[in-house]
Design a protein around this ligand. Structure first.
Ligand code: PEP
Ligand code: MN
Length: 355
């Protein structure tokens, strides 16, 4: 399905990279919300986030104040002129948030993973014109993410953006949620005019990872950043380890190097021509390799040989892996390439033998 999108067009927000959204994980009290919002506004942040309804992994955690916190968001709007955004997970949340004048809605990762819930939200949004940000589902399923975007777009919401917040994994050695950058990159390739906002807080899960993740998101050409910021991070009721003060956030944002996505200089054009030429050569060589493979297929058929000879296969993988190291290429990457080539060669030989 082709998405019908319009630019986010956020009043009072300059149209430049990165679009910054910041605020605490949760709205904990009117004082915490106002204190954080005033500090962020002073530093030039234009969009304030705070979770009013919090999906928690286990019962017993702070699940947000709910509708009680909505007037605090209203006060932020009135006293700072910032736009405000919160997470919605049910039709009731949507109604309450719209009623309270929330400017932008976001759909959380646990909700994006559930098509029934996304559809319920989409239905509640029919006839409403509000920007909606859709986080990736907790699992690395691009189709599910696209499906959520399609459902909301199908309800008539044209001002859409995606939030990349990483993917749940048992391995939490470095990241709380694995970035798997190839997914947002593929999303962007498939839906080129969809803005992509990176959430370094939930990817990293740690304060010290916020700066490098923001830089990486910018280097990959992402459009915005949504960062958890709290006036007193250590005492936060949720996600304390990953929140930074508004001043630290300001420091991080000021240190970012923003490179232009569109490179039109002479040299990049010339270099890209070289890449295209090399890719052509790779294709020619691959075609040549497949021709030889097919010949071997005929030979194997005539001599009643099996297609896959594991010792030969291991030898190819080991030899090219070792060669990769010498050429300064990751052996794991080269192994993957040769596995894919081998798979196609086997498929072609199977076809010959069964003819
Ligand atoms: C959040 O933004 O605070 C949140 C709950 O994030 P996610 O849905 O990405 O877990
Ligand atoms: Mn959070």
């Amino acid at each position: 399905m082709e998405l019908n999108l319009e630019p986010l067009n956020l009043p009072g927000v300059e149209n430049k990279r990165p679009l910054v959204i910041a605020g605490p994980c949760s709205a904990e009290s009117e004082e915490q919300v106002m204190e954080t919002a005033l500090q962020l506004a002073k530093n030039g942040v234009k969009i304030f986030r705070a979770g009013v309804w919090k999906p928690r992994t286990k019962p017993g955690g702070f699940e947000g104040h709910g509708t009680v916190a909505l007037p605090w968001m209203k006060r932020v709007k009135e006293e700072t002129n910032m736009l405000v955004t919160t997470e919605v997970a049910t039709a009731k949340h949507v109604e309450a948030a719209l009623e309270a004048g929330i400017d932008i809605l976001w759909i959380g990762a646990r909700t994006s993973a559930n098509p029934f819930a996304v559809q319920e939200i989409a239905d509640a949004l029919k006839g409403v014109d509000i920007p909606v940000l859709i986080k990736n589902p907790v699992n690395p399923d691009l189709e599910l993410w696209v499906g959520a975007l399609e459902r909301v777009n199908g309800a008539g919401i044209k001002r859409l953006a995606a939030i990349h917040r990483g993917f749940s994994s048992y391995d939490k050695k470095i990241y709380r949620n694995l970035p798997m950058w190839q997914l947002p990159i593929e999303l962007s390739r498939r839906i080129p005019n969809l803005p992509i906002i990176c959430d370094p807080s939930h990817i990293g899960g740690r304060r010290d990872l916020i700066a490098p993740l923001c830089q990486q998101a910018m280097d990959l050409g992402m459009d915005g950043l949504i960062v958890e910021s709290h006036c007193n991070p250590d005492s936060a009721w949720s996600d304390a380890n990953q929140q930074v003060t508004p001043d630290i956030l300001d420091y991080i944002l000021n240190m970012l190097v923003i490179r232009d996505e569109i490179q039109t200089t002479e040299s990049i054009v010339a270099l890209r021509k070289q890449i295209d030429e090399i890719d052509n050569q790779i294709m020619d060589i691959l075609a040549k390799r497949m021709r030889v493979c097919r010949e071997i297929g005929h030979y194997k058929k005539e001599h009643g040989m099996t297609i896959v000879q594991t010792s030969r296969y291991s030898e190819i993988l080991d030899r090219r892996g070792a060669q990769a190291s010498l050429c300064g290429i990751n052996p794991g990457c080269v192994r993957l390439i040769f596995e894919a080539i081998h798979e196609e060669s086997v498929a072609q030989q199977v076809e010959i033998i069964n003819k």
